[in-house]
Design a protein around this ligand. Structure first.
Ligand SMILES: NC(=O)c1ccc[n+]([C@@H]2O[C@H](COP(=O)([O-])OP(=O)(O)OC[C@H]3O[C@@H](n4cnc5c(N)ncnc54)[C@H](OP(=O)(O)O)[C@@H]3O)[C@@H](O)[C@H]2O)c1
Length: 419
């Protein structure tokens, strides 16, 4: 438990949703009530009560878990919740629709915060409207603490720290490869994805955010050498494989660039960063990259047309609250490889990090990444100079998050690649 006089250490906000239930289950399995005081937060007392009963039935240690009730659209109810806890970990999305009043309440009450958002348009809104306030309040608002964007952000941090320590210089090119990601997707995630397309059609700042690769950097620093996410298949220069665009690149690349900017450019001002899906070196790899790029292009085009978007989200996507099956979650796994290439005093070098787990990435894996992010904030286990602001996992927490994830079964390695 923390030393503060607040009632709770962590509130899981959105505990009745797909990701929230997994987060609450993870925290109650991993920690005992003597070590962590937890509350389940949401808008429906009855559903929270039955979740509490279910979690306590499955646990020998937890006999009861307090519930806190509020509404994402009622700021007063949120202030009551945030002032009673040290950390809020929120899975209430789409964040563009529901997220801002909670961030305001956290800054007002000095409550650290972590979330699962991949909605870059919304992160941009926070950066522009709340970063300075959060810095003044010394409150950490840490976005994207799930599969978006912990593996990419932490993998890059590992590669760049290793390069700087071993070779005296950071890598000038970093590529994130989504080697393997097997799991399911929930209605809530697809609703958030749809919200991003809605914002892109209605809001010019959202469009600019998606166009400019540096749009999440601080104002005045939104320019650099990268030209934007790839759309076409490409033969990779750093390894002999064909690659396709990654659907998560628009989020992950921007988060990595924001980390670099917030930490005052330890990766250099001219570092190139991209995320891709490798498909293999042969003709089959070439065909695979064409198929992935074509499928993603068609899907993006369809989601950009309002009537098609609303048809797809109504008739194809599962509803919010529906999630992947237990089997999908249990059998999931993922592996992200980050390759960095640079030049030190003794010549060029290549560094490789691997980040993965035998867990479904978006749910089992994400519950641990978000849960351990909250634990780092609670215990002040961070190694960054920043104690407030609208932050990323690497700039708001740093390597202590990697250590915690290793301790709960994640692979996180970094080494030099010798020719
Ligand atoms: N980064 C990643 O890797 C990753 C992975 C998974 C999910 N996500 C993101 O996490 C978010 C949640 O996903 P999900 O699948 O868990 O969604 P979900 O199942 O629809 O859950 C949403 C939660 O928000 C609550 N909620 C909705 N409106 C509310 C309001 N007005 N006040 C208070 N609570 C409200 C819901 O409460 P009720 O139960 O009462 O309806 C539910 O608990 C999405 O934005 C998704 O994109 C990200």
């Amino acid at each position: 438990m923390s030393d503060s006089d607040r009632q709770q250490d962590i509130v899981v906000w959105g505990a009745t949703g797909v990701a929230g239930r997994l987060l609450a289950a993870y925290l109650t399995e991993q920690y005992a009530p003597e070590d962590l005081s937890l509350a389940l937060g949401g808008r429906n007392r009855e559903r929270l009560g039955s979740l509490e009963a279910d979690l306590c039935d499955r646990s020998e240690a937890w006999e009861d878990i307090p519930v806190v009730v509020g509404d994402a659209t009622e700021p007063e109810s949120l202030r009551d919740i945030t002032s009673s806890t040290d950390v809020v970990s929120t899975t209430v999305g789409p964040y563009t629709r529901y997220g801002t009043p909670l961030v305001e309440a956290c800054i007002e009450t000095g409550t650290d915060y972590c979330d699962l958002t991949g909605e870059v348009n919304w992160i941009r809104e926070l950066v522009d409207d709340y970063h300075d306030e959060a810095v003044d309040a010394e409150t950490r608002i840490v976005n994207s603490c799930g599969f978006d964007s912990v593996p990419a952000d932490m993998g890059t941090l590992l590669v760049q720290s290793f390069a700087t320590e071993e070779f005296g210089a950071p890598c000038d090119e970093v590529r994130i490869y989504v080697e393997d990601a097997s799991g399911g997707v929930s209605g809530g995630t697809l609703a958030s994805f749809t919200e991003l397309f809605e914002a892109a059609s209605n809001d010019p700042i959202a469009r600019e955010t998606l166009r400019n690769p540096y749009s999440l950097a601080p104002p005045g620093e939104r320019d650099g050498v990268d030209r934007g996410a790839r759309r076409l298949p490409r033969k990779d220069r750093l390894r002999s494989s064909w690659t396709a665009p990654s659907p998560m690149a628009p989020v992950n690349e921007r988060i990595v660039r924001r980390s670099n900017a917030l930490l005052d450019y330890p990766y250099g001002r001219d570092v190139r960063c991209s995320e891709v899906v490798p498909t293999g070196g042969s003709l089959v790899g070439a065909a695979g990259s064409g198929l992935v790029a074509g499928g993603l292009g068609l899907f993006t085009a369809a989601m950009s047309v309002p009537p098609l978007r609303s048809g797809i989200s109504r008739f194809v996507f599962p509803d919010p609250g529906e999630g992947p099956s237990e089997r999908q979650i249990e059998n999931g796994h993922f592996s992200i490889r980050v390759l960095g290439h640079g030049t030190g005093a003794d010549g060029s070098f290549t560094v490789e990090a691997e980040f993965g787990a035998d867990l479904d990435p978006g749910y089992g894996g994400t519950a641990r990444m978000l849960g351990e992010s909250a634990m780092c904030l609670l215990r002040d286990e961070t190694d960054t100079p920043l104690d407030g602001g609208v932050l990323t996992p690497a700039s708001g927490i740093g390597e202590p998050l990697v250590d915690r994830l290793r301790a709960v079964g994640f692979t996180a390695t970094v080494n030099e690649v010798r020719e």
